[in-house]
Design a protein around this ligand. Structure first.
Ligand SMILES: [Zn+2]
Length: 247
């Protein structure tokens, strides 16, 4: 009987030692810390994403994080069942396809229909430190259904020495409007903090308003795959030009 006790205790200690060793190895490998609070919010899937991008980052000269705004219960603007969150995701997927090895790497913060808090999106940006953040939105004007066109919004507070975010926004607006042959509404500083993510990041960033869901003609275009592809192309041209500018 005594032998059996001894064997049990020895086995118990051995198991404890193995568990401890596994935990130590795991914690040493954990280069990115996503807080427990973030895990509880269901954003645990951001951790492997950050690790993947950090690994692949060196394969590219210029790394862009694209943020498809809204997602999940946060649908963004909704007009006639057309949802902003779906259009931003569709365009971001088109953008992702345009990555060029050794040149421009495009990674998507939101890859599916999930709501991610701005704090966590900003956390991902802070950990990855991309060269540029492109935040995608679709606009709505409840007071005037004739309002249409694209605009680009920038953070007025942060800029890289020598290049303002306004200059980057201007490049983006010009490239996008040229590609889609759309109406340019211009660039705007986010003085009213309507784009909270912009003010939370300390890397060059622009928010692109791709069109108006409240305008029938533009809404008709925004729902089409080939128009979403053209928007992505225009934004990609903007990314390429911004890359030259930031050299
Ligand atoms: Zn939006």
């Amino acid at each position: 009987m005594e032998k059996l006790w001894k064997a049990t205790i020895t086995a118990g200690i051995a198991l404890g030692v193995v568990c401890f060793a596994v935990m130590m190895i795991y914690s040493l490998n954990k280069s990115v810390v996503i807080t427990e609070e973030q895990d509880q919010k269901g954003d645990a899937n951001l951790k492997p994403f950050v690790e993947t991008v950090l690994k692949e980052k060196d394969d590219y000269d210029f790394v862009v994080l694209v943020n498809a705004a809204h997602g999940g219960d946060n649908k963004g603007n909704v007009v006639n069942e057309l949802q902003e969150k779906k259009i931003t995701l569709a365009v971001s997927k088109e953008l992702e396809k345009l990555s060029i090895k050794e040149e421009v790497g495009i990674f998507l913060i939101r890859q599916e229909d999930t709501d991610i808090s701005n704090e966590n999106r900003a956390g991902v940006i802070e950990k990855i430190k991309p060269d540029l953040v492109v935040d995608l939105h679709v606009n709505a004007d409840a007071t005037n259904e004739r309002t249409q066109g694209t605009s680009v919004v920038y953070n007025e507070n942060f800029y890289r020495p020598g290049v303002t975010n306004a200059e980057l926004a201007d490049i983006m607006e010009r490239c996008l409007v040229t590609e889609i042959q759309g109406k340019a509404l211009g660039i705007f500083g986010d003085s009213q903090n309507k784009y909270p993510l912009l003010s939370m990041v300390e890397v060059p960033a622009v928010s692109v308003e791709m069109g108006y869901l409240t305008n029938k003609q533009e809404a008709g275009l925004l729902r089409k795959g080939n128009y979403q592809e053209r928007i992505a192309l225009g934004i990609f041209e903007g990314i390429q030009e911004i890359r030259e500018k930031l050299r």
